[in-house]
Design a protein around this ligand. Sequence first.
Ligand code: GDD
Length: 328
Amino acid sequence: MTKTALITGVAGQDGSYLAELLLPKGYTVDGLVRGSSSYNLGRISHLNHDVHDEDARFFLHHGDVADGSRLITLLSRVAPDEVYNLAATSHISLSFAEPELTGMTSGSSATRLLEAIRMVGLPTRYYQASTSAMFGAAAAPQDETTPLQPVSPYGAAKAYAYWMTRSYREAYGLYAVNGIAFNHESPRRDESFVTRKIAMGAAAIAAGRQDFLYLGNLDAERDWGYAKEYVEGMWAMLQADEPDDFVLATGTPYTVRDFLDFCFSAVGLDWEKHVKFNDRYLRPAEVDALVGDASKAARELAWRAHVTTPDLARLMTEAEVAALAGPV
Ligand code: GDD
């Protein structure tokens, strides 16, 4: 039987990889994109969403997760078997500048969707894109039992969404799960996140297009995996017999400094000669170490991250070098 999935944030990094995963499985995919006069559909433009093509199984809908009535209309119309709530204001620095908006998009969007599913009365399975940012100040390594201690408006908003997801599961018996994803990156990552910024900087410096890269805290430890693998974990969570919450992570910590080393080595450069500190990239509060223990996902979903952080850094840098070289 063909399934239908609704993905919020379908034009983002994870949304685009998830649509690519689901379409070959036979899914019809409905994606929510923010209404705007200029669309940023670069990551999904290769997927057939031609409304005139009878074979197309990928449909885009305008809407915003801040608009509850729109979500109810859309859910009634699409009647999805699965909803993946990936839309968010996901940049942590930006969440300090726009704390209230972050609450609406990254926090209460979950409540709007869960309430819409309940109101419409669909047997829909719901995936909430929860995040390691919810752990904040909690000591690493973190797993599903680690208490949440968010230190940013983004982390706090996501913690609210996490608890609402659990609450709807417990109160109403909804099949609703939290995937607690640690940092996951790719060549499709927005340019302002540190991994893509470093990969782009290394490639541009190697090509002689710039001399320096400006960064903030290089001591932060993260657990960086490949986003393409993480969407497989998201899908697996919605196929399980019982709804539950899972950490997705590589389990191996590296510092921003290490990531610099991996990317600059990939283009034969010494990063120390090209990186300068700039305090504009510091945050009002920092998360020192996020390192996930994903053994529950390995045990119960047979999900594992195979791409290591050094491999990921190389893959991202090579993609930037190729992009600068242009089409062959
Ligand atoms: N973005 C950025 N830009 N970060 C920098 C810079 C810089 O110039 N210099 C140093 N950093 C440090 C940040 O201070 C942080 O400690 C680390 O690099 C990673 O920053 P980001 O790539 O912005 O990721 P994040 O860990 O803050 O948040 C990401 O991961 C979360 C999961 O843990 C985002 O993807 C969140 O949406 C996600 O939930």
